[in-house]
Design a protein around this ligand. Structure first.
Ligand code: FDA
Length: 303
């Protein structure tokens, strides 16, 4: 049943017609509980209130899979404006973005130029930029782009997904690069990815330990308390310095645990998505956790 609902929501997440209609519906289906509004201002209000609780943030202007150069350009401009807003507010926050939002499927060179412009601006403001990892088809292109960018900029990193068989090799290859490690959110074929939760969890822990012991900065992004406990024990036993890793969770999820981790003295960051292109992001969250369906419908009717 859980697998069926996961596949159903992942299928919906890819539906372009529903995605377009969702932008017209505005916030609905409970999305407002996991998306920090549609404007930069509302996102910054959320970020600053997190900062006041000792929580760091990563903002993401939602959007993916654009279909024209013009849309990619607008997305790049949005990224630049978001960086400026972070700087203006003095927020402790970095930027997360997706390469399909910046047109990697349309023109890789143009996407590279947009990334350079964004990283240049971020460097001038001493800000970091994280390239989110998308579906498997974009994994190698994303890593190629990252390596090209890292030759000129050190304020950029990406994400490695534990469900991919290749994850450990990629971690080896990216020693020294600040990485966010996640289980993986897309529907992937068993030719490239584990399908079984136990295997994914085991590989998740393996790659976390692998990146930490190589001395590289590691962001462990999960709502899974069992993984978090294991990481706490491992870092204490292995003597990993507290400033070499951080925990991350998504805005609106396990808020009590987010605050508790920050209060315990761990570096903790909340990923704060905003903007009107919330549909696919929201559907992936429903796919991950069927209980979020009741969460969503409560949101819908409490409006
Ligand atoms: P999972 O969903 O496997 O849950 C494990 C257990 O934790 C559950 O069985 C339950 O016991 C508990 N639990 C989980 N959520 C709970 C809740 N809300 N309340 C109570 N208990 C709960 N993916 C990707 O492919 N590319 C990316 O770039 C990113 N980026 C990213 C950033 C950040 C900050 C996060 C947190 C996640 C991502 N992801 C991602 C998504 C990631 O790959 C993954 O799909 C989700 O985090 C879900 O997996 P979890 O590790 O959270 O636990």
């Amino acid at each position: 049943m859980q697998k069926t609902s996961r596949n159903f929501f992942l299928f919906l997440s890819q539906n372009k017609t529903l995605n377009k209609s969702a932008k017209r519906w505005g916030f609905n289906l409970g999305a407002a509980k996991v998306v920090a509004g549609e404007s930069i201002e509302s996102a910054m209000d959320t970020v600053l209130s997190l900062n006041r609780k000792g929580i760091l943030a990563a903002v993401d202007h939602l959007g993916e899979f654009v279909s024209s150069e013009q849309e990619a350009k607008e997305a790049a401009e949005h990224c630049l404006r978001t960086l400026e807003a972070v700087d203006r507010c003095g927020a402790d926050c970095y930027l997360s973005l997706k390469l399909t939002q910046l047109g990697i499927d349309i023109d890789r060179e143009l996407c590279f130029q947009f990334m350079k412009e964004i990283l240049e601006k971020a460097a001038s403001l001493q800000l970091f930029v994280r390239i989110d990892m998308e579906d498997y088809a974009h994994c190698q292109p994303t890593l190629d782009m990252l390596k090209r960018l890292r030759k000129e900029y050190d304020n950029v990193g990406t994400v490695i997904q534990a469900y991919l068989y290749r994850a450990s090799d990629d971690i080896d290859d990216l020693k020294g690069v600040p990485l966010r490690l996640v289980k993986g959110a897309y529907k992937e074929d068993d030719a490239v990815a584990w399908q079984d939760k136990k295997q994914i969890d085991a590989n998740f822990l393996n790659i976390i330990k692998q990146h930490l012991t190589s001395g590289s900065y590691t962001a462990i992004a999960t709502h899974d308390h069992r993984i978090i406990e294991e990481v706490k024990n491992f870092t204490a036993e292995a003597g990993i310095p507290a400033d070499q890793f951080e925990f991350q969770m998504l805005y609106g999820f396990r808020t009590d645990m987010q605050e508790a981790l920050a209060q315990e003295g761990y570096r903790f960051r909340t990923y704060v998505p905003f903007g009107n292109d919330w549909y696919s992001y929201f559907m992936r969250r429903l796919a991950e956790r069927p209980q979020n369906v009741s969460f969503a419908f409560k949101g819908m009717f409490s409006k």
